[in-house]
Design a binder for this molecule. Structure first.
Ligand SMILES: [Zn+2]
Length: 336
């Protein structure tokens, strides 16, 4: 059977590929930390970032000896510690805000360049590195929509217009100064409607998930305690019947048994793809063409030629390669 050249025949305006990022994605993208070696913590590693300020507060408040999220929730429920907790929150903000991308290409560069304008990256991470990757790659080709489900230390937007910006920028529509959104801290029972920007991003992500053909979950464990996040996502994703040909793709270092159990509600007819390495994922094998690959396989039974992401240590070379690939997206020969 002949292979289909997805490189040269992209479909115009495809449905979205929605990618969720959790703390494991930032960790995989920056295994040695950011530009200055500042490490990307998982939630349960946050106490080590906070040091004594946190351990003292845990002692003082008599918080239970459990995980960070439960302890945070406990302390938050005691109003007498609100000042100390505000101090903890500003320490966390500062820690993430100072992060910077290294000069060489990172998984976040491959990720933003590897998806199209119709696709969405929805991240649960506070760090600014995804947004920085977007900023430094946006000139060469159209990039996916970014959404911040727990807020982000550097994401700024307009309260009236849905724009993606950084602090200090003005809204291109109404010219008012963009506002940096709030972070959603790790309470067990998160209220996603509490901050208007986070609420807006959730609403858009839900809509996009409903329209999506493929969902990739990268390093996000969807803790069972985050009942609201799971419910919102599952409601949008739909039931097994409506998702018959869809796969859920998990990029995660956890064992397959653990992942199947954690994500069983989302996986139709055991249609799960699992990779431990981003470079084995659909985005790396069919960059900017995941829809064509999926359509060919599921509807026509035709294999697609792997485009295979271009690996290099040079960011300008990577940007040039993606710029060339994206040219076909606007060509007249684009397939129907
Ligand atoms: Zn505006």
């Amino acid at each position: 059977m002949s292979e289909y050249s997805v490189r040269e025949k992209p479909v115009p305006n495809p449905p979205p590929h929605v990618v969720f990022l959790g703390a494991g994605a930032s960790k995989a993208a920056f295994p040695y930390g950011d530009r200055n070696g500042r490490h990307l913590p998982l939630m349960n590693e946050l106490p080590s970032v906070l040091g004594e300020a946190w351990s003292d507060l845990v002692l003082k408040s008599n918080a239970p000896a459990t995980d960070f999220e439960s302890q945070y929730s406990w302390i938050k429920s005691k109003s007498e510690f609100s000042e100390e907790l505000a101090n903890i929150e500003s320490r966390l903000k500062r820690y993430f805000k100072e992060m910077e991308l290294p000069d060489h290409p990172t998984i976040y560069d491959y990720l933003v360049l590897g998806l199209r304008k119709s696709d969405v990256i929805a991240t649960f991470n506070w760090d600014p590195l995804l947004l920085q990757a977007y900023e430094r790659n946006r000139e060469g080709c159209d990039l996916p929509d970014l959404r911040f489900l727990h807020g982000c230390v550097s994401y700024s937007t307009c309260k009236d217009h849905d724009v993606l910006g950084l602090g200090g920028m003005s809204c291109p529509v109404c010219k008012t100064k963009l506002i940096t959104g709030q972070l959603l801290y790790p309470e067990a029972d998160k209220d996603y409607a509490q901050d208007s920007f986070i609420k807006r991003d959730w609403a858009i992500v839900q809509e996009r998930v409903k329209q999506s053909f493929h969902m990739t979950i990268f390093g996000y464990s969807a803790p069972k305690t985050d009942y609201n996040a799971r419910k919102i996502l599952l409601d949008a994703w739909g039931d097994e019947e409506s998702r018959g040909l869809c796969h859920v793709e998990l990029i995660d270092t956890a064992s397959i048994a653990h992942l199947s159990d954690n994500w069983s509600d989302f996986i139709p007819y055991d249609h799960m793809m699992h990779e431990t390495d981003f470079f084995q994922s659909s985005i790396a094998l069919w960059p900017r063409r995941t829809f064509e690959w999926k359509r060919n396989a599921s509807f026509y039974g035709i294999p697609s030629e792997d485009i295979g992401i271009f690996k290099t240590e040079s960011l300008p070379e990577l940007q040039d390669w993606f710029h060339e690939l994206s040219k076909f997206e606007n060509s007249e020969g684009a397939d129907e």
